[in-house]
Design a protein around this ligand. Structure first.
Ligand code: 3H9
Length: 688
């Protein structure tokens, strides 16, 4: 009947199959024929039951996100579900892959849901700055109870078929051919006869509103300025306190407001940006095969990288200089997995499997069978060159050789070996087994097939990959330096660490730069500055006093034994005033607006320079780096998206002002920023 919706029959059971690959989103061209199919089957007396299923790798993954922000074309999803729910003969959703968002909402319009054992079900709209807008917040609590629905909707995390079955969301779980099982299931319930109660008329039992509100308050605290989680919680509460129709209308009103909000626009931008970032020209390229991975260095970074590979299913050879250091590294890995087991995020069996992936060695020759070798040794050019010299001698032909350097010139390392085409950067973020971001650094001579291979590999190990070019600090750390360059100056001019950190957390960052420095260890920046002949009057003095941050109990803040949150330290404030006096600076009041202008505007400006230099292919790639690697607030979409919200003209105006005031290069507006102000977009996006 349509390319996207087909009806087949098994005697009196009708099977409606949606085929809108890759993820069967409920686009307009699906909704129209689906509506027609439902109406015709509803009115067809020869049909005893209707099954809705999907072709391809998954059930419906939701509404079509690309349609948001455009006029809604009828029939809309809600009308479709009303029609579905009005059918009195039994309706069954047959779910495989993922039933997400509007997909699960459509399934909730059926009387029954059956699922493949590997299926996942969820309402992830919150991750797009939305709430389920087609009845999900009102129907789900009627099946699984309000508290369970609240957790699922506010977290957006899908649950597996077994859990969904236990919660009452799914009526049967099957292994094997789902269509056949669904037909048998439908035939059996049709034989038993109705009436069949629609989900809207069901009741999952009394809700303890006190417990609900306590749970909601806890979730609200974690929302950190995002509107969607709060709207989700409100909508689920409405499902309990209002009638079905009232709650549905309230859900709609919240959805309409959110879908037009900057936060949701920002989060939708990030959804597509992450997928776009992984795209590189790959026509005609045959990727290399990665079987075994070698990791050199079993310290914090190397150990984390090795775990990331093992978690993705790769066997890993972990190399260290001595057996003792190797044993320590392997011991830490084992402990990390044990912590995951004790937290319930990993089964004992999975832990055993992952540990079985590791082979320790102290001999470079053992890396000869590796297809990808990543070094995570000391950040020093001579040391790195020595390591790659050894790899050049022993690695098999075609093996990809990667450095985890954060700053060093990868072209220079590549030039020192005989196979620069096999060399690239894999810049992991610490802890490497947890942090999502992976900067893949393309050196001048990196072969396209080597690059395409590691982009694929990144997906397999669950990383969000962004391909970047070679420059000092690549995309992330180079921009971080631009952001941080004014922190000390602001202190000297009169701001306190607490004020600056608060301006950051009010903006939506998980923490401010001084809290971050204290957490990471101030000695790291100190060492880096010394290596580059740079100084920072306040941070250097703190380090000279042995104040390295949380690990020493004192840094920019004071930490009670074991405490993670610091308190202001009068000694630090005195030190700041002394340093200011030495430089003849008279302290003044500094507001949050100035703090943002002098830290985040240079961040955007540096991003523009990075785009100009083609270190990043697209502005959205930079956003992906900052959201996934540095905690830029997702509700603001990353620095380059936020620049659009803030207004490039305003940013230029203020940068000009600070450039005149200070003469500092970080404030000199980049030509591309000026162009952005004129045309309203980072036009290099198209070149990606
Ligand atoms: C919603 O439902 C609102 C309703 O409550 C109310 C309405 C009134 N739309 O991720 P992948 C594209 S909100 C359009 O690489 P995977 C994606 O961009 C929605 N396009 O595959 C990519 O395109 P391309 C709630 C979509 O196997 C391609 O499909 N649902 C959509 O790694 C493959 O995607 C969600 O938030 C969409 N809904 O992961 C679920 N989804 O190839 C969002 C995907 O051109 N989707 N695309 O780059 C996902 O989480 C993952 O895509 C999924 C598959 C897990 C399904």
């Amino acid at each position: 009947m349509s390319d996207f919706v087909k009806i087949s029959r098994d005697d009196d059971i009708a099977l409606v199959t949606i085929d809108n690959r890759p993820v069967n989103a409920l686009s307009f061209h699906v909704r129209g024929p689906l509506m027609q199919a439902l109406v015709s089957l509803r009115d067809d007396a020869s049909v005893a039951a209707i099954i809705i299923a999907c072709a391809g790798r998954t059930f419906i993954a939701g509404a079509d996100i690309t349609e948001f922000g455009k006029p809604v074309q009828q029939p809309d999803l809600r009308a479709l579900i009303v029609t579905l729910e009005s059918i009195t003969k039994p309706t069954v959703a047959a779910i495989h892959g993922t039933a997400l968002g509007g997909g699960l909402e459509l399934a909730l319009g059926c009387h029954f849901r059956v699922a493949d054992a590997g299926a996942k079900l969820g309402l992830p709209e919150v991750k797009l700055g939305l709430l389920p807008g087609a009845g999900g917040t009102v129907r789900l609590p009627r099946l699984v109870g309000a508290v369970k629905a609240l957790k699922m909707i506010v977290s957006g995390t899908p649950i597996g078929a077994t859990e969904a079955h236990a919660a009452g969301l799914v009526d049967a779980v099957f292994e094997g051919d789902l269509a056949t099982h669904a037909v048998n299931f439908a035939r059996e319930i049709a034989r038993k006869g109705g009436p069949f109660t629609p989900v809207r008329d069901r009741n999952a039992g009394e809700t303890n509103l006190g417990a609900f509100d306590a749970e909601a308050a806890d979730l609200a605290r974690k929302a950190r300025g995002l509107e969607a989680p709060l709207a989700c919680a409100q909508a689920v509460r409405n499902a309990v306190t209002l009638t079905f129709d009232e709650a549905l209308a309230a859900e709609r009103a919240l959805f309409v407001k959110l879908v037009a909000s900057d936060q949701s626009r920002a989060q939708r931008h990030l959804f597509f940006a992450e997928r776009e970032a992984a795209k590189i020209p790959a026509k005609g390229i045959v990727k290399r095969r990665i079987g075994r991975v070698g990791v050199i260095g079993a310290g914090t970074m190397g150990g984390g990288i090795a775990m990331a590979f093992a978690n993705g299913g790769y066997p890993v050879t972990l190399l260290e200089t001595s057996q003792e250091v190797l044993d320590r590294g392997l011991g830490t890995i084992e402990k990390n997995y044990a912590v995951s087991v004790s937290r319930g995020s990993l089964s004992e069996d999975a832990k055993r499997q992952r540990l079985a992936q590791f082979k320790g060695s102290t001999d470079y020759a053992d890396l000869a069978d590796c297809d990808l070798i990543v070094e995570a040794v000391f950040e020093d050019m001579a040391v790195k060159k020595e390591v790659f010299g050894k790899l050049d001698a022993i690695a098999k032909a075609g093996a990809i050789l990667a450095t985890n350097t954060s700053y060093l010139d990868i072209n220079e390392i590549a030039a020192s070996i005989s196979r620069p085409q096999d060399m690239l950067g894999l810049h992991f973020f610490s802890p490497a087994n947890v942090m999502k971001l992976l900067e893949i650094v393309r050196a001048d001579k990196t072969a396209p097939d080597a690059l395409a291979t590691v982009v694929d590999m990144a997906r397999r190990i669950g990383k969000v990959a962004v391909v970047v070019g070679v420059c000092h600090g690549f995309v992330g750390n180079r921009m971080l330096a631009a952001r941080g360059s004014e922190s000390e100056a602001l202190l000297l001019e009169g701001a306190t660490p607490g004020q600056i950190d608060k301006a950051f957390t009010d903006f939506g960052w998980p923490m401010g730069p001084f809290q971050m420095g204290d957490l990471a260890g101030l000695d790291i920046g100190w060492r880096n500055r010394k290596a580059r002949g740079l100084t920072a009057a306040i941070a250097d003095t703190l380090c000279e006093q042995g104040r390295f941050g949380q690990k020493t109990g004192r840094g920019f803040y004071l930490y009670e034994a074991g405490a993670r949150a610091g308190v202001p330290d009068p000694e630090v404030e005195t030190l700041i005033r002394e340093k200011a006096a030495e430089k003849g600076i008279k302290p003044r009041e500094i507001g949050a607006e100035e703090i943002i202008e002098r830290t985040l505007y240079p961040l955007v400006n540096e991003g523009a320079k990075i785009l100009e230099e083609k270190i990043a292919a697209r502005a959205s790639d930079i956003d992906v780096v900052w959201v996934n690697g540095y905690g830029f607030p997702i509700g603001k979409g990353g620095p380059m998206f936020w620049a659009g919200l803030e207004g490039a003209a305003r940013i230029i105006d203020r940068l000009d002002h600070w450039h005149r005031q200070t003469g500092k290069e970080v404030f000199k507006p980049a030509p591309l920023l000026k162009r952005m102000a004129e045309i309203g977009s980072w036009e290099t996006d198209a070149t990606g």
